[in-house]
Design a protein around this ligand. Sequence first.
Ligand code: ADP
Ligand code: ADP
Length: 223
Amino acid sequence: MLSIKHLNKTYANGVHATNDISLEIPTGLFGLLGPNGAGKSSLMRTIATLQDPDSGSIHFNGVDVLKDKAGLRRQLGYLPQDFGIYPKVSALELLNHFAILKGVTDRGERKEMVEGLLHQTNLWEARKRGVGSYSGGMRQRFGIAQALLGAPKLIIVDEPTAGLDPDERNRFLNLLARIGEQVVVILSTHIVEDVTDLCPRMAMIGKGKVLIEGEPRTAIEAM
Ligand code: ADP
Ligand code: ADP
């Protein structure tokens, strides 16, 4: 359970990107819906401890995230909107390197983890190809494989379906829904269907505020 209370963030340019946001996010796929500029990335970066809020609190499973950032980071898998890609290096090699950086030093354990993730994200056949040759959907699934290294308990995915074709999008969202059966997954998107199709719970934000919250169809109909 991720518990956010009265979170505020105003940037140096005066934009109040996070305006008194409070949210309770249980295990499962949680949709954070909002148009461009609503404050989704700002909120996600704050939860991911990449930027400090001006005020408010964030607790993950009872632990104060702002007081124990390292603790949260160990449990976090974060897929930013534009994640870097090393085009010539294969998915297998990259995941192996990232696993080492995550501290998975045991060879056998690393092999099992990396191969498991390649299967889970349906990239096994393409594991030896440079990731630069991947389609949009394959790149996003590779990003998720990367985010899943180290068995995170909290996964944050920022605008992952932008630019995917319908087939790729479905495959990607189904993968997220499966992952969400066991951990907290926050999916940020400006596409209503991403949320209504698969997220058991959602919040819509606009201009830094929570506008509606709850079960997607009920919440959107109540608008
Ligand atoms: P903070 O208040 O967190 O210190 P700043 O306003 O100083 O944030 O900006 C941090 C960084 O974000 C800077 O590198 C800045 O150039 C960049 N930035 C500024 N305005 C925007 C914007 N509208 N969208 C995205 N990034 C921006
Ligand atoms: P979203 O992810 O929903 O598109 P953002 O969190 O990126 O929204 O942006 C929310 C608002 O904050 C926008 O007005 C954006 O221009 C502004 N903004 C985002 N990052 C920065 C920054 N680092 N510095 C100043 N303004 C920013």
